[in-house]
Design a binder for this molecule. Structure first.
Ligand SMILES: Cc1cc2nc3c(=O)[nH]c(=O)nc-3n(C[C@H](O)[C@H](O)[C@H](O)COP(=O)(O)OP(=O)(O)OC[C@H]3O[C@@H](n4cnc5c(N)ncnc54)[C@H](O)[C@@H]3O)c2cc1C
Length: 492
């Protein structure tokens, strides 16, 4: 049974705008501290990118397919007075991923792979990055990073050159792996935050270490069970959860909804894309300059998603699969420099039916196919070009050994950057806001507290520390702490 540390003397009113993972987790944390919380979500269901689709016996996750750092999720439930295992069933996925190259070569990323001497040496290098930057960066807002340099952490400073470097993910990977296939495999981790490995700071080489150390997990029943559970806990805890309610403007007078209602609060937490929120609806004095500042850095990638119901099972496929392109640098050049979809894209396929047989009819599979795509909704006519791009992806998979795939498709849905932009209100469909293409944009992301007004806070994948389920949950913890600290400071 959850307990609520109600402190009525200091109970305040908080309005959380956006019911993505970050919004839900922040709302729950603040409610747990006794505050009166209203959560406003423009879509019919909370969850944001953690959406799902069902048709004809197939179930597809439409967003995240891989959960890492499960302890971060466990901590959220514990902090709220719950036990994660009472609500969600985490299943390990092994191998973490199966990789395919155009020449037919194949590797499983499993414990044997992580123990190969060359891979183990790379992971030791990445462990050094984690030991110095993990706690410092992931659990503190940037203005408190200096606290990480307490005497107890001085021995870790030996790893500083790996963190404070102008080198890139690609360069450090290439220094450590002569094999072009392993280079591609480790460089692809930069795409976890929508960036190019040829420009992302080498610090992001920490990502494979995190995956190898904390494992790759899946939520039985689908990843959408996570926001569904959090929304249920929110309602039970007394959070007012408004759906199909879009905030059209926010200023000192409150949040004005599409219905015309105005909700006033002591603090506002924005869970939408920070870039788009300033462009569309944040209207505190100074918003124009802040909107221009946030729109300047290059946007992180979006995604082109193809959901397929397939009436056969290819034995060579696993739960997570990657089919690499011939020319990785060309792929990123096309997306970031030419701002076009890659002509020969790397293709990711997640098949949850391999872990959850109920996700597809017997003998069938449910493919969630994700291809990185530029966050561009004006120069590319996705509504027109989407179907042909989907055909190109299927043709590439057929050439890679999924013989006759095009004739085995029973259901097909396409989701382009335009759909992400419209559904989530994100800048041109970018999944993570800013690309991490310089130490500044990687480490100093849009802040958790607005410079425009002391009552305005941010949470989620486009603010600190970044995108992905665990980072968004850590963002929620920090955002809730900052809101709470602002109340405490005001009541002195
Ligand atoms: C295709 C895809 C694959 C991914 N794969 C993975 C993965 O494998 N592993 C992983 O960890 N992460 C993955 N991610 C990233 C992860 O899904 C996100 O980082 C995370 O879910 C973002 O959560 P969030 O809280 O920042 O907000 P979002 O999910 O973006 O939610 C924001 C919410 O705010 C609402 N909103 C915005 N503006 C308003 C407004 N004005 N009024 C009311 N509501 C508003 C939106 O409707 C939305 O519901 C993936 C994402 C995508 C799209």
């Amino acid at each position: 049974m959850a307990t609520f540390s109600r402190n009525f003397r200091f109970a305040r009113r908080v309005c959380v705008i956006g019911g993505g993972l970050g919004g839900l987790a922040t709302a729950l944390r603040l409610r747990h501290r006794g505050h009166k919380v209203t959560l406003i979500e423009k879509n019919a269901r909370p969850g944001g990118k953690l959406a799902e689709l069902r048709q004809d016996g197939y179930r597809w996750d439409m967003g995240p397919s891989l959960l890492t750092m499960p302890d971060v999720l466990r901590d959220l439930f514990t902090d709220l007075g719950h036990n994660l295992a009472d609500h969600l069933d985490l299943a390990p996925v092994d191998p973490t991923c199966r990789y395919f190259w155009p020449d037919g070569f194949q590797i499983d990323e499993d414990s044997a792979f992580f123990q190969r001497p060359d891979v183990a040496a790379f992971l030791r290098y990445a462990a050094g990055i984690y030991s110095l930057s993990g706690e410092a960066f992931l659990t503190r807002p940037p203005h408190e990073l200096w606290r990480a340099f307490s005497p107890k952490n001085w021995p870790k400073l030996i790893h500083l050159p790996k963190v404070a470097t102008l080198s890139t993910v690609a360069r450090e990977v290439e220094r450590r792996f002569p094999d072009p296939r392993l280079r591609q495999l480790f460089q692809r981790y930069a795409t976890y935050n929508g960036s190019s490995p040829y420009r992302a700071p080498a610090t992001f080489n920490v990502i494979p270490y995190v995956e190898a150390t904390f494992g790759a997990w899946y939520l039985r029943g689908g990843m959408a069970r996570l926001p569904e559970t959090l929304a249920r806990l929110a309602r039970t805890a007394g959070i007012e959860l408004l759906t199909e309610a879009e905030v059209k403007s926010l200023d000192g007078g409150g949040a004005r909804l599409s219905s015309g209602d105005i909700i006033g609060a002591d603090a506002y937490v924005c869970n939408g894309c920070t870039i788009e929120a300033h462009r569309r609806w944040i209207r505190f004095p100074g918003w124009e300059a802040e909107a221009r500042r946030l729109a300047k850095p290059e946007r992180a990638l979006s995604g082109f998603v193809l959901l397929l119901g397939v009436n056969r099972r290819y034995p060579q496929l696993s739960h997570h699969n990657i089919f690499f392109s011939h020319d990785y640098p060309a792929e990123f050049r096309q997306m970031f420099t030419e701002k076009q979809p890659a002509t020969d894209p790397t293709i990711y396929i997640s098949i949850t039916a391999r872990t959850d047989p109920d996700d597809a009819p017997e003998g069938h599979d449910n493919y969630f196919i994700l291809v990185n795509a530029p966050a561009e909704t004006e120069s590319i006519r996705w509504d027109k070009e989407g179907p042909a791009y989907a055909d190109r992806i299927v043709a590439k998979l057929e050439a890679a050994g999924l013989t006759d795939l095009s004739h085995s498709i029973k259901a097909r849905h396409i989701f382009t950057p335009l759909d992400f932009a419209q559904r989530d209100l994100s800048a041109a469909g970018s999944l993570y806001g800013w690309a991490s293409h310089s130490p500044m944009t990687a480490l100093l992301r849009p802040p958790l507290r607005s410079p425009l007004d002391p009552r305005l806070f941010f949470v989620g994948g486009t603010t600190h520390p970044g995108g992905g389920i665990p980072l968004v949950l850590l963002s929620a913890k920090m955002a809730a702490e900052q809101v709470e600290a602002s109340f405490t400071a005001n009541s002195r």
